[in-house]
Ligand binder design. Structure first.
Ligand SMILES: Cc1cc2nc3c(=O)[nH]c(=O)nc-3n(C[C@H](O)[C@H](O)[C@H](O)COP(=O)(O)O)c2cc1C
Length: 209
């Protein structure tokens, strides 16, 4: 299958087969792909939580309009943004660049200044929106990577973020839930897989200038 055929193959699974689990290798590959996602300035103002624990997922399902994907997929991935973006997050990033590229951190002073200026320019709401956007890019990377590997994955917004934060203890970790993604394998009787994909006509979707 080429990439278009793989993306045609993927769909928003409504019913996962609870008996089918990702291998450790498959899960690690999806995590690695998501980690390689692009983000503005490379700051990655979010992290992911990979949830397998059935008891936790029962609670999360109750906070997700009882959507069965939350408990029945192999794993549930929660994208959580940094709740309160600070200059310290920029400093940690600069340390990471310096260590990874084996350079003196002072060489990054200009970049650090630009990034701190950008972060300080955002009020709490704008920072939440901006960090969430970065997390959504990672969601897109995950969905595409999963399709490429023949693994089912879907984005989900139908949940109560405040309840997720509570159940997962995210406030204490300085995080806030943005979006979630079940990963696993479709049930053979999930009728949605036979529905034709609906997308805007190409000429409406794209404008060449
Ligand atoms: C950010 C996002 C949130 C979504 N939330 C839900 C959800 O809560 N429940 C659900 O069943 N599907 C959800 N979906 C699936 C979409 O309905 C689905 O992707 C869309 O209809 C396009 O169909 P396809 O993915 O099957 O091609 C969500 C998709 C995205 C990208």
């Amino acid at each position: 299958m080429n990439i278009i055929e793989k993306l045609e193959w993927r769909y928003g699974v409504k019913k996962y087969d609870p008996t089918k689990k990702l291998t450790e290798e498959q899960l690690n590959k999806l995590i690695a792909a998501t980690r390689l996602s692009a983000s503005a300035y490379g700051l990655q103002p979010y992290k992911i939580l990979v949830i397998e624990n059935p008891a936790v997922r029962e609670k999360l399902r109750a906070a997700s309009y009882n959507q069965p994907q939350v408990t029945d997929a192999s794993h549930l991935i929660v994208f959580a943004r940094i709740a309160d973006l600070q200059e310290s997050h920029v400093d940690a990033y600069m340390q990471n660049i310096a260590a990874t590229r084996n350079i003196d951190q002072s060489m990054l002073n200009d970049f650090a200044g630009i990034l701190k200026g950008a972060v300080n320019n955002l009020d709490a709401n704008a920072a939440a929106v901006w960090s969430s956007k970065q997390a959504y890019i990672a969601l897109g990377t995950l969905l595409t990577a999963a399709a490429a590997e023949g693994i089912d994955a879907g984005g989900m917004e139908g949940f109560n973020a405040a309840q997720y934060d509570e159940i997962l203890g995210l406030k204490e970790k300085g995080l806030a839930t943005v979006v979630i993604a079940p990963v696993g394998f479709r049930a053979v009787d999930d009728h949605v897989q036979h529905a034709k994909k609906v997308r805007k006509p190409l000429e409406e979707f794209v404008e060449m200038i």
